[in-house]
Ligand binder design. Structure first.
Ligand code: UT7
Length: 332
C-alpha cells in the first residue's frame, strides 16, 4: 500500500539562551511563576543579523536530508509552515528553495500557527498518496521573539513563545509497517481573536504608520485562559479521533509528541490518556513554545535520543491560533 513515511528529521535552535532570570530583569515576572505555570526554564531567541527563518530552516533541512540519506535535488515539493516569514511576500518556501539550490520545484507556505506543521504534513501526505510527488520537505520554523510585547502587559505570552526550526523528509513507501496512517485537521474561526496578531493588517487604509507601530495590535495577543481551556479539550478529542480512525487503543501508543504549548497542557493530556512519562515527549522546558517549530524539533530530538524506533506507533497533536487543531497517527 502506498504511504508516506518520515525518513529523516532535523532541527536548529538559535544559540541565544533566554533564562527566566533574564526575563525577570526586563518585565514583572519571576522564575517560580514561569516554571509553575508553564514548565519553561529557558528558551532560545534568534540573534538579529545571524538567524533568519530561512537560515534556521536551511540548517534543519540539511540535517533532515542527511539523516534521510538523500540529496536536496531529490526533493519534489516544499511545504513550509510558519506565521513569521522573513518577508511579508513572498513566503518562506521559496526562500528555503533558493538556499537549497533546487529551482523549479513548487513551494507552498502554510499559515496555521501552532497546528501548522501537522497541516503541512497532511498536505504533503495527500500529494504522496495521489502519486503526484515522491519526496517532500516539510518544515516548521518561527522567529516569534521579535513580535512579543516584552513589557509587563505582554508578560503572559512573552515568557512562552520562542524561536527555532524543524524539518522532516517525507517519502513515498510501499509498506504496511511504516508511514502515516491518517491525519485529522480542524478549525473554528469563531475564536480567531483569542490568539492573534492584528497588524499590519491589509484592511487598514494605511497599513503602517508611526501610530500603529505603538498600538498593542502590533504585538501578539493571547487570552491565555480561554486558549488553555479549549486546548485541553481539543488535544484529547483529536488524539482519540486519530486512534479511533485506525482501530487503535491509547495503550498501544509508543510516543505522543504534543505541540509544546505549555507543560501543564502536555501533562494534563498525558494523565487523561493514562500514558507513562516515557510515552510523551516534552522539550518545552528548554525551548519554550516555537509555534510551528515545536513538533518537528521534538521529533528530531526524540530521534536523537533513541525514543523513536522502527514501527513505533507515534501520535502528533497540536492546537493553536485560529483556533486550529490537528493530529497525525503514524508508524515510525
Ligand atoms: O501554542 C498555542 C496555544 N497557546 C497555548 O495553548 C497557551 C495556553 N495558555 C497558557 O499556557 C496559560 O494560560 C498562560 C501560561 C498563558 C497563563 O497562565 P495562567 O495560569 O492561565 O495564568 P493567568 O493568565 O490566569 O494569570 C494568573 C495570574 C494573573 O495575576 P492575578 O490577576 O491573579 O493577580 C496574571 O497577571 O498570573 C499573572 N501573570 C504573571 N505573573 C508573573 C501572568 N503572566 C505572568 C508572568 N509572570 N509572566
Amino acid at each position: 500500500m502506498k504511504k508516506s513515511r518520515i525518513t529523516g528529521v532535523g532541527h536548529y535552535v538559535p544559540d541565544q539562551i533566554i533564562t527566566n532570570e533574564y526575563l525577570s530583569s526586563i518585565m514583572d515576572t519571576n522564575n517560580e511563576w514561569i516554571v509553575e505555570r508553564t514548565g519553561i526554564e529557558e528558551r532560545r531567541w534568534f540573534t538579529p543579523g545571524k538567524d533568519t527563518v530561512t537560515s534556521m530552516s536551511f540548517e534543519a533541512s540539511k540535517m533532515a536530508l542527511e539523516r534521510a540519506g538523500i540529496d536536496a535535488k531529490e526533493i519534489d515539493f516544499i511545504v513550509f509552515a510558519t506565521i513569521t516569514p522573513d518577508y511579508f511576500v513572498p513566503g518562506n518556501g521559496v526562500l528555503l528553495q533558493r538556499e537549497l539550490g533546487i529551482p523549479g520545484i513548487p513551494a507552498l507556505d502554510v499559515r496555521n500557527a501552532c497546528s501548522g506543521f501537522i497541516y503541512a504534513l497532511s498536505v504533503a501526505d495527500q500529494f504522496i498518496k495521489t502519486g503526484m510527488y515522491k519526496t517532500i520537505l516539510v518544515v516548521g520554523a518561527e522567529i516569534q521573539s521579535s513580535a512579543l510585547d516584552k513589557s509587563d502587559a505582554g508578560r503572559s505570552s512573552a515568557v512562552i513563545f520562542a524561536d527555532g526550526a524543524g524539518a522532516a523528509v517525507l517519502q513515498a513507501v510501499e509498506s504496511d509497517q511504516h508511514g502515516i496512517l491518517s491525519t485529522h485537521l480542524h478549525a473554528d474561526g469563531e475564536h480567531a481573536e483569542e490568539l492573534y496578531l492584528k497588524d499590519p493588517g491589509s484592511s487598514r487604509e494605511v497599513r503602517l504608520s508611526p501610530e500603529i507601530i505603538n498600538e498593542p495590535s502590533f504585538k501578539m495577543f493571547m487570552n491565555g485562559n480561554t486558549v488553555f481551556k479549549h486546548a485541553v479539550v481539543r488535544f484529547s478529542e483529536v488524539i482519540n479521533e486519530a486512534l479511533e480512525a485506525n482501530g487503535k487503543d491509547k495503550s498501544e501508543i509508543d510516543l505522543l509528541v504534543p505541540h509544546q504549548a505549555n507543560l501543564r497542557i502536555s501533562n494534563y493530556i498525558q494523565q487523561k490518556m493514562g500514558l507513562s512519562d516515557d510515552k510523551v515527549f516534552n522539550n518545552i522546558m528548554k525551548l519554550g513554545n516555537t509555534t510551528a517549530g515545536t513538533i518537528p524539533i521534538a521529533l528530531s530530538q526524540a530521534w536523537e535520543q533513541g525514543r523513536l524506533k522502527e514501527g513505533d506507533l507515534v501520535v502528533l497533536a497540536a492546537f493553536g491560533s485560529g483556533f486550529t487543531w490537528a493530529s497525525a497517527l503514524l508508524n515510525w
